[in-house]
Design a protein around this ligand. Structure first.
Ligand code: NAD
Ligand code: AHE
Ligand code: ZN
Length: 368
């Protein structure tokens, strides 16, 4: 079949909207009509050539929501008409990682996913006979995409596509980092670095968990108002303080119980660790750093009881947890609507990247 898609033909070049060929689903796969997709900073990072796994030409996008239109042989968990969210972290429930009970990092198809291919080692997309690669196993910047059955979460049908797509990455990552990874407890003090599409969801997760002080840190002063909307109690602009770590440690009587990096900047990651409370403070890395970047601190920071951890997709097990997060949204436990700042057509998708880089959007969503 044919599908319209925004193709990343090369790094650092705007996406091009073209009509592609898409092969139907093979055994264990499903064809999904994507109804809406968010633009996450990770898409920009890959398009900017900063991803060590970046492959071109490819179809980016990993924060979508849509409807199953066809299923391949042997598919039993979803059927045509089901509403689904594609999962860049699938959940096979059979691999060592899934069975460990210790992680959401399913390993069933990670190797081929990282090569831009379906689990059988081939791509379903082509343009003028040339292979176009998949991205993060999702490729939601295509109106139709093919996904392995283990990489879709079935969700309720009354959830609107143009907001619920955000659960496919940003909402689950931010809220899950607090509830699944850090397991923030009532009364804990939290510091969030970077108040964008992920950081604001960390803030709303921290509020949900009953955190006491929720301190937001951002170099963009317009983010103060955004943070306060979702439960931030204090704001710090690092440009207005000579030493942000000392400032935070003093402000929180010794430091944060939990801090979160939502910037992808390795210098910020160091500050996030070092503003944690001696003896127990834990810093969670969410931000994705440029290829070749490394983190550093004095080992003494860890010797004296601070902990450094990371999280992917907020520690969520996609097929199990994503439908629950959609329920949280639909019942008002968490908010999404105010964070969807822009709705665009597929033809306008490059504007969504510009808005993100200018710090003007929280989430720009492409509605097909
Ligand atoms: P975004 O562009 O919406 O937000 C980034 C925010 O960080 C902005 O508000 C910006 O002003 C702020 N910022 C930039 N430099 C800063 C600095 N030096 N100090 C303080 N604040 C600073 O991006 P996003 O969509 O929220 O994504 C944030 C990061 O999380 C990205 O690196 C993205 O790739 C990553 N991410 C990781 C996961 C995961 O599973 N681990 C999931 C989604 C996104
Ligand atoms: N490809 C990069 C790593 C990118 C990365 O860490 N991705 C996160 C999700 S970001 C979503 O916006 C993730 O899930 N990581 C776990 C995994 O298995 O990829 C690189 O450095 O090579
Ligand atoms: Zn993302």
């Amino acid at each position: 079949m044919k599908t319209r898609a925004a193709v990343a033909f090369e790094a650092k070049r705007p996406l091009e909207i073209v009509e592609l060929d898409l092969e139907g689903p093979k055994a264990g796969e499903v064809l999904v009509e994507i109804m809406a997709t968010g633009i996450c900073h990770t898409d920009a990072y890959t398009l900017d050539g900063l991803d060590s796994e970046g492959i071109f030409p490819s179809i980016l996008g990993h924060e979508g929501c849509g409807v199953v239109r066809e299923v391949g042989a042997g598919v039993t968990s979803v059927k045509p008409g089901d509403h689904v969210i594609p999962l860049y972290t699938p959940e096979c429930r059979q691999c060592k990682m899934c069975l460990s009970g210790k992680t959401n990092l399913c390993s069933a198809i990670r190797a081929t996913q990282g090569q831009g291919l379906m689990p059988d080692g081939t791509s379903r997309f082509s343009y003028k006979g040339e292979t176009i690669y998949h991205y993060m196993g999702c490729s939601t910047f295509s109106n139709f995409t093919v996904l392995p059955e283990i990489a879709v979460a079935k969700i309720r049908e009354d959830a609107p596509f143009d907001t619920t797509c955000y659960v496919g990455c940003g909402v689950t990552t931010g809220v899950g980092a607090v509830t699944n990874t850090a397991k923030v407890q009532p009364g804990d003090n939290v510091v969030v670095f970077g108040l964008g599409g992920i950081g604001l969801n960390v803030i709303q997760g921290a509020k949900l968990a009953g955190a006491d002080r929720i301190v937001g840190v951002d170099i963009n002063p317009s983010k103060e108002e955004w943070g306060r909307k979702f439960g931030m109690t204090d704001f710090v602009n690092p440009k207005e303080t000579s030493n942000v770590v000392e400032h935070l440690v003093e402000m929180l009587d010794g430091g944060a119980d939990y801090s979160f990096d939502c910037t992808g900047n390795t210098d910020v990651m160091r500050d996030a660790l070092e503003c944690c409370h001696k003896g127990w403070g834990t810093s969670i890395i969410i931000g994705v750093a440029e290829a070749g970047k490394e983190i550093a601190t004095r080992p003494f920071q860890l010797v004296t009881g601070r902990n450094w951890r990371g999280t992917a997709f907020g520690g969520a097990k996609g097929r199990t947890d994503v439908p629950k997060i959609v329920d949280w949204y639909m019942t008002g436990k968490i908010e999404i609507d105010p964070m969807i700042t822009h709705r665009l057509s597929l033809d306008e998708i490059n504007k969504g990247f510009d808005l993100m880089h200018a710090g003007e959007s929280i989430r720009a969503v492409v509605v097909y």
